[in-house]
Design a protein around this ligand. Structure first.
Ligand SMILES: [Zn+2]
Length: 278
């Protein structure tokens, strides 16, 4: 059954859209005029170089499994929820892109860590753009003012498509011109956007229990970035047991948990409604 928003009075202010477009242009212009940010010279030299069962860098390769598990689990949850509850279309599509993107990330990142080089890293990062775009689309849909002239659904789709395009431009800028700045800004900007959504949002109750605990997403992703930066530091601190980059994969995959949780709460909500109706 297609989800319908309750009829809300709409005002004709376009402020959120204008701000979003302005922020995007500012990002592109800023990145163009700023000095080139090259990738760290020894980026492919990860701390954990162990080979086991013929698999090079086995810890960094196998630690991509949580991405695949979360992705498949999320897709299965999404399918089950759709049978029992009326989920808004933008949520269905956003979740689909997010969870399918996690599976793509597991494949791309696993391939890259098997044989780390720029071409593999491009695949890794292309895979990452998909869940990132799905997540930002979900965020925009949830956060968007319901009284805005532009519907929350259009905002969700617009932000997701925008993130896909910007991600592709950022990766082209890095791979073809050696400039990583746009990629860094895109990731940082995305996290700031998610931080803005950590407060209760208007209209979330419309989505039949749908509510992502964005603060856990941000926390897990921030931890993942810290582990990534501390790859060698953690490797030495933990006596060569596990490296920061391996932990980064696990923490980043854990950032998907609140989205799975939101789907499960929709499911519980639908069950509860069914039980009370009987
Ligand atoms: Zn990695």
């Amino acid at each position: 059954m297609p989800f319908k928003h309750p009829a809300l009075p709409r005002t004709s202010h376009w402020t959120p859209l204008a701000l979003l477009v302005l922020a995007t242009f500012a990002l592109l212009l800023g990145a163009r005029s700023a000095p080139v940010l090259p990738q760290y010279e020894h980026y492919h030299q990860f701390a954990d170089q162990r080979t086991w069962l013929g698999i090079p860098h086995i810890a960094d390769v196998l630690s991509n499994l949580p991405f695949a598990i979360m992705g498949v689990w999320g897709l299965l949850c999404l399918r089950r929820v759709q049978h029992h509850a009326a989920l808004a279309r933008p949520v269905v599509h956003g979740c689909g892109l997010f969870f399918a993107g996690l599976v793509a990330t597991a494949l791309g990142s696993g391939y890259y860590h098997w044989m780390p080089n720029d071409a593999g890293l491009l695949l890794d990062r292309l895979g990452m753009v998909l869940p990132f775009a799905g997540l930002l689309g979900l965020w925009a849909y949830e956060w968007w003012p319901r009284r805005s002239a532009l519907s929350a659904a259009h905002a969700g789709y617009g932000v997701a498509v925008g993130a896909l395009l910007l991600g592709a431009i950022a990766l082209w800028s890095w791979y073809a011109h050696g400039d990583l700045l746009l990629w860094v800004l895109l990731q940082g900007g995305g996290m700031v956007a998610l931080l803005l959504a950590c407060k209760p949002t208007p209209g979330h109750a419309e989505c039949a229990g749908w509510r992502v605990a964005w603060h856990w997403v941000v926390l897990a992703y921030t931890l993942a970035k810290l582990c990534e930066w501390g790859d060698h530091l953690l490797w030495h601190a933990l006596d060569g047991w596990v490296a920061g980059h391996t932990l980064k994969h696990v923490c980043a995959a854990a950032a998907a948990w609140p989205v799975v949780q939101a789907l499960q709460s929709v499911m519980q909500n639908a069950r509860h409604l069914k039980e009370t109706a009987q």
